[in-house]
Structure formats: structure tokens, C-alpha cells
Write a protein that binds this ligand. Structure first.
Ligand code: ADP
Ligand code: MG
Length: 283
């Protein structure tokens, strides 16, 4: 019995240097995909984020809504297409994406964080003019997908004083057109604009894989230069993620991590243990 308690104390002590290091630091967390799929993982994510706030970190959530947007589009009989990992977005798609992202996915995250004891505030790139959007360079292929030209973090800093900001990755340009924004891209930009200490991308694989068909080929550490050099060969949803890591590090974020969101409490494992999971990108 006492051994069990000793182990628990050891776990807390293992976390202490990390808690000290991270106190007061901003961590941008890209939430999506697998970690959003299962009820137990959604609850686990919410408890983890709430714990981060309680121990003195400043968590900022940026999320997509991939699977949910697809589900609702299919329910409405709409065609779902991707081009190089980016959702092809005609005006009707953007309309549904925005409704699902804000009305469902964002609201659900906020609700859970509230329920676990740290009040959260949901917003999109349009609130407080957070994102200034211009059309994506491939807008001919992908339609109303936006690139973020500028992030005005004022609104985030205000909210983060008392609440956990939860950002849905959508926004508008100056003419008022709405755009879908890839959530990885948004998280990278937000992390850079906030000068975050870390950016963590939760996903549905163990990290950046040298060979995507080989789950054991995870790259555990890489520099921005190594990531940039390898980028041309990376496809699918991993590409915007790695690009976002590069963007974050070039914007002076301390480190960027791609972490397996299918693993319960992967956030806490990454932040507070010596486990060293996922792929870590540094300058
Ligand atoms: P998320 O919801 O986390 O953004 P995505 O599907 O957009 O998920 O991106 C993760 C996916 O990227 C993986 O499931 C995998 O299919 C794909 N992928 C393509 N190339 C790689 C690679 N080299 N390493 C890891 N995953 C890759
Ligand atoms: Mg993705």
C-alpha cells in the first residue's frame, strides 16, 4: 500500500520541475482529429487543459472540426473533397463549416472546460478581429480557404487573463467573405503571434513518420531546417502540421510538438513527464 503512495508522490515530484518551468507560460494547443473523436478522449482533453490552467500555465486552444464538418456535410448530401490535405470549400461548404465549428465543436469544448472547473470563452477568427484573412495561394483549387495574414492577439490576451480562450479556425477577409482556415495553420500563426512557449499539435498518429505506412518510423526530434528539407515529401494532413511547426519556431516559439491525441492524457504526458512522446521540433 505504502509503495503505491510512494509511486504517486514520485509522479508528482517528476512533474515539479516542469510545473516550475512552465508557470506563467503560454501553450497553444491544436485540438482536433482523433482526440476529438471519442467521448473519453474529449473528457480527458478537457481535464488536462483545466489542470494546465490550475497549475499556472496559460493554455490557448485552437481547433478544427474536420470529422464533424464532414459528417454534417454528408447529412446534407454535400460533396466532401480534399486537395493536398486542405478541404475544398465552396461558399456552401464554408457556411456549414462555420456553423458546425462554432455552433457545435467550439461550444462543446467550452462546455466541457467550464464543467471541469475553468471557465472558457469560445471565439472564431472574426471575434475581436483576431484573424485578418486573405485567400489561400491555391484558392483556384480549394475555394474559400483562407491564409491568415495577421493575428491580432489583443482579444486573446484579454480573454486569457481570466478564461481559457478556445479559437475556432475560421475567419473573414476585409470584404466580409468567410473562409475556412486549416486549424494547424491557424495554431502555428497564433502561437507565433502570442510568442508562445510551446505549440502542441494533437493528431491521430504517433508523430511525424519517416514512412507514413510504418508506425514505428516516428521522428522523435527535428530542427526547423530538417523539417523544411523533408516537407516536399510529406503529404496529407501532416503537411500543414509540419508547416505550422516551422511557422511557430520561426516566430520564436520555444518548441513545437506533434503528439498522439489517441493516447489518453497525451498533453500531460508531453508536458509533465520525462516520457518524450511524439515529434519535437526546435530551432
Ligand atoms: P488532424 O486532425 O490531426 O489534423 P490529419 O488527418 O489532418 O489529422 O493529419 C494527420 C494525418 O496525416 C495522418 O493520419 C496521416 O494519414 C497523414 N500523414 C501523411 N504523411 C504523414 C507522415 N509522414 N507522418 C505522419 N502522418 C502522415
Ligand atoms: Mg488536419
Amino acid at each position: 500500500m505504502t509503495e503505491v503512495f510512494q509511486e504517486r508522490v514520485a509522479t508528482l515530484l517528476e512533474a515539479l520541475p516542469y510545473i516550475r518551468e512552465f508557470h506563467g507560460k503560454t501553450v497553444v494547443i491544436k485540438y482536433g482529429g482523433a482526440a476529438m473523436g471519442e467521448e473519453s478522449l474529449r473528457e480527458g482533453f478537457a481535464t488536462d487543459v483545466v489542470l494546465l490552467k490550475y497549475v499556472g500555465l496559460n493554455p490557448v486552444i485552437v481547433h478544427g472540426g474536420g470529422p464533424d464538418i464532414t459528417t454534417y456535410m454528408e447529412r446534407l448530401g454535400m460533396e466532401v473533397r480534399f486537395h493536398e490535405g486542405v478541404r475544398v470549400s465552396d461558399p456552401a461548404t464554408v457556411e456549414v463549416a462555420k456553423m458546425v465549428l462554432l455552433g457545435k465543436v467550439n461550444a462543446d469544448i467550452v462546455n466541457r472546460l467550464n464543467r471541469h472547473g475553468q471557465p472558457a470563452v469560445g471565439l472564431s477568427g472574426e471575434d475581436g478581429a483576431l484573424f485578418d484573412i486573405r485567400p489561400h495561394e491555391q484558392s483556384a483549387e480549394v475555394g474559400f480557404v483562407g491564409d491568415i495574414e495577421r493575428v491580432d492577439v489583443d482579444v486573446l490576451n484579454h480573454i486569457a487573463e481570466d478564461y481559457i480562450p478556445v479559437v475556432a479556425s475560421a475567419g473573414a477577409d476585409r470584404e466580409g467573405n468567410s473562409y475556412n482556415v486549416n486549424a494547424d495553420t491557424a495554431a502555428g500563426k497564433v502561437a507565433a503571434a502570442l510568442g508562445a512557449y510551446k505549440a502542441i499539435f494533437l493528431t491521430d498518429v504517433s508523430g511525424w513518420l519517416e514512412d507514413p505506412s510504418e508506425p514505428d518510423s516516428r521522428v522523435s526530434r527535428a530542427t526547423v531546417d530538417e523539417v523544411s528539407a523533408g516537407l516536399a515529401e510529406v503529404g496529407g494532413g501532416m503537411r500543414p502540421k509540419l508547416e505550422a511547426c516551422v511557422e511557430a519556431i520561426r516566430g520564436n516559439v520555444g518548441s513545437a510538438h506533434i503528439v498522439d491525441g489517441r493516447r489518453p492524457h497525451s498533453l500531460l504526458l508531453e508536458l509533465f513527464t520525462d516520457a518524450g512522446i511524439g515529434t519535437m521540433v526546435t530551432g
